[in-house]
Design a protein around this ligand. Structure first.
Ligand code: NAD
Ligand code: UDP
Length: 315
């Protein structure tokens, strides 16, 4: 297949490109590097079937030749971006998504959008099935991201209904692994960086809020399973291993062997409305995509810590 991956130089996108190439596909990554890094795909630069087009997908563009699959991942995704670049997030989720849908429509390609567990907001139903409509604050600091993703889902369904585009929506839950930016503000990248550099691990609030953490290799497999399934979704893709933030801090200390202390601090402003609990219900994804996560958190963390150590030492 020839696959176009928007956001292909980002954290999840770069792993996805690598996997697609290993499976024998040709890959065109389109990325403006707003939160991605050229380094993430540096090892692919010489691959004959890989090309990186540095472009903002909000601006018009076209691709020569046939395209079989469009994987639309482009979007800043870290809460630290929500106050910094909210307009860019809204634009890529709306106009950017439309440009990628137009591309899939022109080429007759299947289209996959990476939506998010954030469409459930601070959920009142636990765990969250795809049938839950969510509890989203439409004006809070997270709204630029949550509502852009909800709009992207609606746009995707409109293209499916109006133009017969073969679409699938995936709702990604918290994902971690090598290639996350150490300063992206997300909990695991932050804790690992703090633990490896002798700084205190900064738990927000009392640390009783939970997330369920999916290793990136599992996530990539889940995205490809959803793409292959032929279904429309939405499909939750994430891990059901649920941890409090405090438990995660303790696990990072254990895996790194760090002597850093764990401290608590007030929730930062951009985090107001922080979801208290999050765990995917994977019943539909397992039944329709035949996928389930495999990598336990401690094992995935060990891989991520190794990669973070190498990056710190400039390797
Ligand atoms: P990331 O920031 O590492 O990757 C996103 C990529 O999109 C970056 O390389 C960025 O430069 C690129 N991008 C952003 N705006 C663009 C634009 N206008 N034009 C071209 N490229 C643009 O984030 P990630 O964690 O890899 O997330 C990938 C996707 O998965 C996103 O859509 C995100 O919303 C979704 N997601 C991720 C998580 C997670 O835990 N990582 C959870 C839920 C959803
Ligand atoms: N968090 C924390 N300390 C940090 C960074 C994050 O306690 O240094 C908390 C954050 O408030 C949230 C959880 O960890 O409750 C997960 O944050 P992350 O940004 O990784 O994911 P998201 O909130 O987008 O699900």
């Amino acid at each position: 297949m020839r696959v176009v991956v928007s956001g292909g130089a980002g954290f999840i996108g770069s792993h996805l490109c690598r996997r697609l190439l290993a499976d024998g596909h040709a890959v065109l990554a389109v990325d403006n590097l707003v939160t991605g890094r050229r380094d993430n795909v540096a090892d692919l630069a010489m691959h004959p079937d890989f090309h990186l087009l540095e472009h903002d997908i909000v601006q018009p563009f076209d691709v020569d030749g046939p395209v079989d699959l469009v994987l639309h991942l482009a979007s800043p995704a870290s809460p630290s971006d929500f106050l910094r670049i909210p307009l860019e997030i809204l634009e890529v989720g709306s106009t950017g998504t439309r440009r990628m849908l137009d591309l899939a429509h022109r080429k007759g390609a299947r289209f996959l959008i990476t939506s998010t567990s954030e469409v459930y907001g601070d959920p009142l139903v636990h765990p969250q099935p795809e049938t839950y409509f969510g509890n989203v604050d439409p004006t809070g600091p997270r709204s630029c991201y949550d509502e852009a993703k909800r709009f992207g889902e609606a746009l995707t369904m409109a293209y499916r209904r109006m133009h017969d585009v073969d679409t699938v929506i995936v709702r990604i839950f918290n994902t971690y692994g090598p290639c996350m930016r150490p300063d992206d503000g997300r909990v695991l990248s932050t804790f690992i960086h703090q633990a490896l550099t002798g700084q205190a691990l900064t738990v927000h609030g009392d640390g009783s809020q939970t997330r369920s953490y999916c290793f990136v290799d599992d996530q990539v497999e889940g995205l490809l399973a959803a793409a292959r399934s032929g279904g429309a979704g939405p499909y939750n893709v994430g891990s059901t291993e649920e941890y409090t933030v405090r438990e995660v801090a303790e696990l990072v200390i254990e895996v790194t062997g760090s002597v850093s202390p764990i401290v608590t601090m007030p929730l930062p402003a951009e985090r107001s409305g922080d979801p208290q609990r999050r765990q995917p219900d994977l019943t539909r994804t397992a039944a329709e995509c035949g996928w389930q996560p495999r990598v336990p958190l401690a094992a995935g963390l060990a891989v991520m810590v190794d990669a973070a150590r190498r990056e710190l030492h400039g390797a």
